[in-house]
Design a protein around this ligand. Sequence first.
Ligand code: NAP
Ligand code: ZN
Length: 350
Amino acid sequence: MPTTKAYATPSASSPLAPFEIDRRHPGREDVQIEILYCGVCHSDLHTARNEWKNTIYPCVPGHEIVGRVIAVGDRVQKFRVGDLAGVGCMVDSCGHCHPCHEGEEQYCENGFTGTYNGPMFGGGENTFGGYAQSIVVKEAFVLHIQHDEKDLASVAPLLCAGITTYSPLRHWGAGPGKKVGVVGLGGLGHMGVKLAHAMGAHVVLFTTSPSKVEDGKRLGADEVVISRDPRQMAAHANSFDFILNTVAAPHDLDVFLQMLKLDGTMTLVGAPAEPHPSPEVFNLILKRRQLAGSLIGGIRETQEMLDFCAEHGIGSDVEVIPMNYINTAYERMLKSDVKYRFVIDMASLQ
Ligand code: NAP
Ligand code: ZN
């Protein structure tokens, strides 16, 4: 089996460090990719530190992968050696349940296989993610990249932060005439702002960081609200069609539910380790408001999102880092000190 240099953590309390992993030889339907860049998602940190209590060690995180195809199996039809390619959060699913048939593999009833940390449910071997020099993935889970190669680092975060915000914005109809809120200006949030703006919605960013107001506007927000300022919040009460909440920590949901108008929806994509305080029922009842959740997006929709971003000139705002900076990057991410996604340059792993 081909050995690949990677970065892994052996336990919840250890830093990430150099590690070697075996990748399978590409099978007949497989694409082998030399990883050029990998984004750093807050989910990587949750998993590396076992915050969701499901981590299998050693753990090699990374599910915002872009690179170049270096080998393909003989049944592969859509990729050739030399193509740019992307891999997101999934590398397999059962393929025969209802959600898989609908192209919503992320909701596979038998559990999709994560790019790292193995299958969602049941047994099966652990999978190792994109903090590595290469990866081998079934063609059906590999994405095409139309962006210019020079923009590749900023494409990596689209594979998770991009699709996780694009999918709910589309599902809940963000577009012209709609007032859309995005809570939290981190990796997901900054993509939410860019995408909702490109879809034509009136976009309001809610941030806890006064230092991010100007950036919020530059990224596409029509208005920016400091969510800890009750006076600024009151001015927007009962006015939103849709709010996308990307916050990675437990917080008071009621202050945002009160922003929704009749029949408005707030969708949670942030996945904190500890639960939010339970929201006040009357905030939902009195205006038939809905509180929802959403998980990444299917492969078909991920390709649609990548093509939409290429067409609209959208990439992520990134800080490119060497692999050995990862532990510092995690600490900075916890302090909301990243503009707005760390992306690892895999050449630094040679
Ligand atoms: P991130 O870059 O760390 O951004 C999170 C943002 O939330 C921060 O920048 C900050 O924005 C805000 N925030 C942080 N702590 C806060 C607090 N205590 N109170 C209020 N706001 C706070 O993280 P990310 O990579 O965007 O990921 C966000 C969450 O989504 C994570 O939990 C991740 O696991 C989850 N996720 C879910 C999916 C899915 O499919 N549902 C996919 C990927 C990631 P401000 O400074 O602007 O307030
Ligand atoms: Zn992610």
